[in-house]
Design a protein around this ligand. Structure first.
Ligand code: SF4
Length: 382
């Protein structure tokens, strides 16, 4: 049994994280949604901003999808934002505003699967449950010397059973967090076994396998997708569309379409669909972006137009309004490509420099494989 040694280590070594201060079931709910597929360092600033804007489940339930997605910009996996809001609505409607305590009731909420339900039940309510995330799977694969691929369903079920058997009656939530913490800080890809509180119980360490476990199945190559993105501007404003179901659903983006042919014609059509008159179309360059399951290359065209009819799902925005919208890291790259030339031609004089704006959003390492980028745009227009 590893619980005693692991909990002693956890009490000494746990990180001071925003959701661990003055904890509550609502904070656990929000943090567990944000931590799905996303590392702690990326999540923390998002969590803090989110709690400041939506301090309780009622405030979140009363928000719009756009409000929530705007605070999620750059965090990736945008379905999480919509599901979290829907979960808050269900908690208010069906549970009197209190986050339910049982795994079964939690799993009935939107966006909550077995992993998240177990994590919330254990951490917020002390239930004897075990959450097998990537860190926990790595730890238990090594502890038990598991040679089968860790991403195979049968292996995950076996690892979950091993983890659950180790959960103590008291401090179940701390145990779950301690396993995750060990995987995040000590039993990492390059494990630091000499610092490990459970090294004496580790099969992989004894066998000299620690650095080569866990094994994973060969990953299929991401399919390559070619897009045309249209940076449609009337000089002062930019046309954005709300993405429908599918990739980056619910975020605001440049109009785009898959294309293997005449990109200029496609960019023109994307603008004309908004009912505007096209004056000029210019190819600005390529943006490449790796999503979890797709390798996307977007050809960005700047389309200068006149006339600005509005239509459902489309919105003309000014530079200052962009910060209040939910936009993905991919879209930020295409925006940069559309405005880059304007920024580079800006006069180097102090006066000219002051006219420009530089927007440096916080980006994360997650689904979108995003990198932090700087990009500027003219104060006067796009
Ligand atoms: Fe991981 Fe090494 Fe600890 Fe085993 S001894 S659990 S491989 S850090």
């Amino acid at each position: 049994m590893i619980a005693r040694a692991l909990l002693r280590w956890y009490d000494r070594s746990k990180r001071d994280l925003a959701w661990r201060r003055d904890p509550s079931p609502y904070k656990t709910l929000v943090s567990e949604f944000m931590l799905q597929q996303t590392v702690v360092a990326t999540v923390e600033p998002y969590f803090t901003r989110f709690l400041a804007r939506f301090p309780d489940v009622g405030a979140l339930a009363a928000a719009s999808d756009d409000d929530v997605t705007a605070l999620w910009s750059g965090l990736g996996y945008y379905a999480r934002a919509r599901n979290l809001r829907r979960a808050a609505v269900a908690i208010v409607t069906d549970h009197g505003g209190a986050v339910p305590a049982s795994e079964e009731a939690l799993r009935a909420l939107p966006g909550i699967g077995p992993y998240t339900a177990a994590a919330i039940a254990a951490i917020a309510f002390g239930a004897r449950a075990f959450a097998l995330d990537g860190n926990a799977a790595r730890v238990f694969a090594r502890l038990s010397g598991e040679q089968r691929p860790v991403d195979a369903p049968a292996t995950r079920a076996a690892l979950h059973a091993r983890g659950l058997a180790e959960v103590p009656r008291r401090r179940a939530g701390d145990f779950v967090q301690a396993v995750m913490e060990l995987g995040a800080t000590v039993c990492t890809r390059a494990p630091r076994c000499e610092q490990c509180p459970v090294a004496a119980d580790c099969v992989a360490r004894a066998a000299g396998d620690a650095a080569t476990l866990p094994r994973k199945r060969a990953r299929a190559a991401r399919p390559a997708v070619r897009l045309v993105s249209a940076f449609v501007t009337d000089g002062a404003r930019l046309l954005l569309v709300k993405r429908p179901a599918g990739l980056l659903a619910g975020t605001w983006a440049l109009p785009d379409a898959e294309c293997g042919g005449d990109g200029k014609a496609v960019a023109r059509r994307l603008a004309e669909e908004a009912g505007v008159r096209v004056a000029r179309v210019e190819h600005r360059g390529e943006v490449r972006h790796l999503f979890t399951h797709r390798d996307v290359t977007a050809d960005v065209y700047r389309v200068e137009v006149s006339g600005s009819p509005a239509a459902a799902g489309r919105r003309w925005i000014t530079p200052g309004a962009l910060d209040g919208l939910g936009v993905s890291s991919f879209t930020k790259k295409t925006l940069k490509m559309g405005t880059l030339d304007r920024v580079e031609r800006r006069p180097a004089s102090p006066a000219g420099a002051h006219r420009g704006m530089v927007w440096e959003p916080s980006e994360g390492a997650h689904q979108e494989n995003a990198t932090t980028t700087r990009f500027g745009r003219s104060k006067e227009g796009w």
